[in-house]
Design a protein around this ligand. Structure first.
Ligand code: RIB
Length: 323
């Protein structure tokens, strides 16, 4: 059966400063280097999904907005270069989304996003009908919180296209958006440790913030039991915990050991795209996570989000060389 992965979300121009450390309030320090890169969680996820495709039998599309500036042209072109379907990328008046990113020598980042055109992404019910015509095909939708209407898109999809697997990363974390009802519409929830604690403490009363296995099991009870019912908690350099409807308890996959972490920007988005792609391709969750772990392990070893996302062959050969 044909399969489509649709990413709904942000496209940003990333302005990245590499520095030994970030300044304190009121302090001025000299940084090392400055670079601009293409990014945005949505764009990163779309490009990761497209580059990591093992074959052309899965269609990748993106729904999003760019501004009518040079950044917008470049962002859209980057999707076309990866053969992502850009039919539903709109150019709106005003600036594209911009992220100001500080990357410390440890590779850890701090990100400040100005939504720009992403802030105008509010698909109407008529547009959603057009974007997601009724179909029997196997479909996955990837979303995050970098556009203002995530909750409405999720509600529309679950009401009118309940078979579509809704894959959601609630980042940046917006407590007002995350209700028990909203979470019950999600089929795959992917969170980092901080987000797992935020989501759990926001919605549950009995939470042990140190026991991520228990958190994953608790979160599983909050999401939709009908489709893939999958929880993934990414734990940075340690690895990731995961559980789905076929598993009684969570399992853990270790992260890839790398010589030097240069820049973690885009690693989480690559992991997310890689997992969804592998699931859409028919892999078991554990294998999908192992593949995505290798892909994101490559990303952290070079600078920039989109520019460091690998192609399928590179990830495959890394997996073969480490087995
Ligand atoms: O997840 C990394 C991304 O977050 C960056 O590319 C930046 O644009 C922000 O959206």
């Amino acid at each position: 059966m044909s399969c489509t992965i649709t990413i709904v979300g942000s496209l940003n121009y990333d302005l990245v400063t590499f520095t030994q450390r970030v300044p304190d309030g009121g302090e001025t320090i000299l940084a090392d280097t400055f670079e601009s890169h293409l990014g945005g969680k949505g764009l990163n996820e779309a490009i990761a999904t497209a580059r990591l495709l093992p074959s052309k039998d899965i269609k990748v599309r993106m729904i999003g907005n760019v501004g009518d500036d040079n950044f917008g042209t470049e962002l859209k072109q980057s999707l076309m270069d990866c053969e992502v379907d850009t039919t539903f990328i709109k150019t709106v008046s005003g600036p594209s989304g911009v992220a100001v990113i500080l990357v410390e020598s440890s590779g850890e980042n701090r990100i400040l996003v100005t939504p720009g055109a992403n802030g105008k992404l509010r698909p109407s019910p008529e547009e959603l009908e057009m974007y997601f015509p009724a179909s029997k095909s196997n479909q996955y939708v990837i979303l995050q919180n970098e556009f203002p209407d995530t909750g409405n898109v999720i509600s529309w999809l679950k009401t009118y296209r309940p078979k579509i697997n809704i894959c959601y990363n609630p980042s940046p974390f917006l407590p007002e958006l995350l209700t028990t009802e909203m979470l019950s519409k999600i089929d795959l929830l992917i969170v980092n440790e901080g987000e797992a604690v935020d989501v759990a403490t926001h919605l549950l009363s009995d939470v042990d913030t140190k026991d991520f296995g228990k958190l994953a099991t608790q979160l599983k009870t909050l999401i939709n039991p009908e489709n893939i019912q999958t929880i993934i908690i990414t734990m940075g350099s340690k690895g990731s915990l995961f559980v789905d409807k076929s598993m009684d308890s969570p399992k853990f996959v270790l992260s890839l050991k790398v010589d030097r972490v240069v820049d973690t920007t885009g690693a989480g988005d690559t992991f997310f795209g890689g997992v969804v792609l592998q699931l859409a391709h028919g892999s078991k969750l554990e294998d999908a996570i192992a593949f995505a772990t290798a892909a994101s392990g490559i990303v952290v070893q070079s600078k920039g989000a989109v520019e460091s996302i690998p192609f399928h062959a590179k990830v495959q050969s890394l997996i073969e060389s480490t087995n």
